[in-house]
Design a protein around this ligand. Structure first.
Ligand code: NAD
Length: 437
C-alpha cells in the first residue's frame, strides 16, 4: 500500500521505516528539512537501537523516501499516518494541538485520491471527532485513530511486535484498511481491538496514566521507607511476586520524565476538566507531584551528603537521558537534578553514553564528559541518575582512586550497593537511605 507519514520525529521516522519493512511504499514528510535530509542519507537524527540499520535497508529497497514536500508525500497515498508532536501548551497543562490540526489540514488540502487519515499522535479525547467533522468533499477522506504505544529504546521491536493494536474507526472500510496495512503484524498473532474514536484516544492516555501511577506509587512508598528505615527495593520485590500487582514499573528512583508521560497525564487531567470530569483525575495531580518531589529529594540528599553546602564541591552526574538506551533529554529528571545542583554552586560534570549533544543544547552551562572516569575525577559525590548498563559495570574499587571523596547517591537503585559499600564507598540509595557511613 502507498502510505504517507506526516511528521518524522521519534514516532514517525520509526513508523515509516517499519511500515516500509512490511512491504509498503512509504513517503515520510516533515517540516524540519534538516531532519528530512538526515533521514534521507540513512542517518538517524536520534539514538534508537536497531533503527538506523532498518532505515538504511528500507531506503536501499527504494520503497522508503523522506521529503520536505507535503505534496510529494500526500499525493497518491491511500493512507496517511499523522505522527506530529503534541507538546504541552506553554502556560497550561493542556496539549498543544496546532501541529496535529495543521498536519490533517495539509493532507485534506493535498490529497488527490480517496483515503484514510490515521492519527497516531497522543491526543486529548475528542480530538479525532473534531478533526473528522472538518473533513468532507472530494476526494473522500476518512479519519481513524490508531494510538502508538512504542517505548523509546525499544521502538523498532515495539512497532513490529506490539502488545496490541488499537483501531478507532467509524466505518468497516477504515477497519479493513488498517487490517491491510498491519496485515503482517496481525498474522504474527498480535491482538487488535477495533473501537470508536474516543475509546481509542482514551486507551493511550489511560495506559500512560496507569504506568505513571505505578511508578509514583512505588516512589511514594520510597518516601515512607526513607523515614521508617524500611527498604523499598525489598518491598518492591515482595510486592512484585503478587501476580495482581506485578514486578514491572515498580522500581523506586528518580521518577519518570521524557517527551510523553509527564505531558500526557497533564493533558489528560486538563481534558477531563474541560469535559466536566476533573474530580475523576485529581489523583493524577498527586502522581505528578510525587514524581517531581523525587528530583527535589535527590538534590536535598546530595546536599546533605556534601555536608550541607554545594559550593566548591565537584559532583558527577551519571546519565542525562530521561531513560537508558535513548538520547532523549526532554524533561529529563537527571538533567533537572544536575542543573539544580549547578545552580546551588556545585561544579557539575555530566556523563551520558548517548545524550550529551542533546543535553548540551538544553543545558549549555553544564560541563559534559564523554568518558565516565573524567566525569568522576576528583569528585566529592557521584549521582547515578539514569540507569545505563555502563554504570552497573563500574568497578567501585578502581573508582576509589579517581574520586576525591567516595560518595555515591544511587538515584535509580541500579548498582550493587553491598559491593560499593564493601569497596569503601558511602552509599545512599533512594528509598533505602544511607547504607553505610
Ligand atoms: P517529535 O517532536 O520527535 O516529532 C514530531 C515531528 O513532527 C517533528 O519532526 C516536527 O518537525 C514534525 N512536524 C510538526 N508539525 C508538522 C507538520 N505540520 N507537518 C509535518 N511534520 C510536522 O515527537 P515524537 O516523540 O515523535 O511524538 C510524536 C507524537 O507521538 C506525540 O503525540 C507523542 O506523544 C506520541 N508518541 C511518542 C512516543 C515516543 O516514544 N516518542 C511514543 C508514543 C506516542
Amino acid at each position: 500500500m502507498r502510505i504517507s507519514v506526516i511528521g518524522t520525529g521519534y514516532l514517525g521516522a520509526v513508523h515509516a521505516a517499519c511500515m516500509s519493512s512490511l512491504g509498503h511504499e512509504v513517503v515520510g514528510y516533515d517540516t524540519d528539512s534538516a531532519k528530512v535530509e538526515t533521514l534521507s542519507r540513512g542517518v538517524s537524527p536520534f539514538f534508537e537501537p536497531e533503527f538506523e540499520e532498518l532505515l538504511q535497508s528500507a531506503l536501499a529497497t527504494g520503497q522508503l523516501r523522506f521529503t520536505s514536500s507535503a505534496e510529494e508525500a500526500v499525493r497518491g497515498a491511500k493512507l496517511h499516518f499523522i505522527c506530529v508532536g503534541t507538546p504541552q501548551q506553554l502556560g497550561s497543562d493542556a496539549a498543544d494541538l496546532r501541529f496535529v490540526d495543521a498536519a490533517v489540514q495539509t493532507v485534506a488540502d493535498l490529497a488527490d485520491c480517496d483515503g484514510l487519515i490515521v492519527g497516531k499522535s497522543t491526543v486529548p479525547v475528542g480530538t479525532a471527532q473534531r478533526l473528522a467533522d472538518r473533513l468532507g468533499g472530494a476526494p473522500r477522506l476518512e479519519l481513524a485513530w490508531n494510538p502508538e504505544f512504542l517505548r523509546e529504546g525499544k521502538a523498532v521491536r515495539d512497532t513490529l511486535h506490539p502488545d496490541r493494536l488499537v483501531f478507532g474507526v467509524t466505518s468497516q472500510h477504515a477497519e479493513k484498511s488498517l487490517l491491510e496495512v498491519y496485515g503482517t503484524i496481525i498474522n504474527d498473532g498480535t491482538p487488535y481491538i477495533t473501537t470508536d474514536l474516543a475509546t481509542a484516544e482514551m486507551v493511550k492516555v489511560a495506559a500512560n496514566s496507569f504506568l505513571a501511577t505505578k511508578i509514583s506509587f512505588i516512589n511514594a512508598m520510597a518516601e515512607v521507607c526513607e523515614v521508617a528505615n524500611a527498604d523499598v527495593v525489598t518491598l518492591s520485590q515482595a510486592l512484585g511476586y503478587d501476580e495482581r500487582i506485578g514486578r514491572r514499573f515498580l522500581n523506586a528512583g528518580l521518577g519518570f520524565g521524557g517527551g510523553c508521560l509527564p505531558k500526557d497525564i497533564r493533558a489528560f487531567s486538563a481534558r477531563a476538566g474541560e469535559l466536566g470530569a476533573s474530580d475523576a483525575l485529581t489523583f493524577l495531580r498527586e502522581i505528578d507531584k510525587i514524581n517531581m518531589r523525587r528530583r527535589d529529594k535527590v538534590v536535598a540528599v546530595a546536599g546533605a551528603m556534601l555536608g550541607g553546602d554545594f559550593l566548591s564541591k565537584n559532583v558527577a552526574v551519571l546519565g542525562a537521558a530521561f531513560k537508558p538506551n535513548s538520547d532523549d533529554v526532554r524533561d529529563s529528571p537527571a538533567l533537572n537534578v544536575a542543573a539544580a545542583m549547578h545552580l546551588k554552586g556545585a561544579a557539575v560534570r555530566v556523563h551520558d553514553p548517548r545524550a550529551i549533544p542533546n543535553a548540551r543544547l538544553r543545558f549549555p552551562t553544564l560541563t559534559y564528559c564523554p568518558i565516565i572516569e573524567d566525569a568522576c575525577r576528583n569528585t566529592d559525590l557521584i549521582v547515578l541518575a539514569t540507569e545505563w548498563d555502563e554504570y552497573r559495570n563500574i568497578d567501585p574499587r578502581t573508582f576509589l582512586s579517581i574520586a576525591r571523596e567516595p560518595r555515591l547517591l544511587d538515584a535509580r537503585n541500579a548498582v550493587d550497593h553491598d559491593f560499593w559499600s564493601e569497596a569503601g564507598w558511602q552509599v545512599y540509595a533512594l528509598g533505602r537511605g544511607v547504607l553505610n557511613a
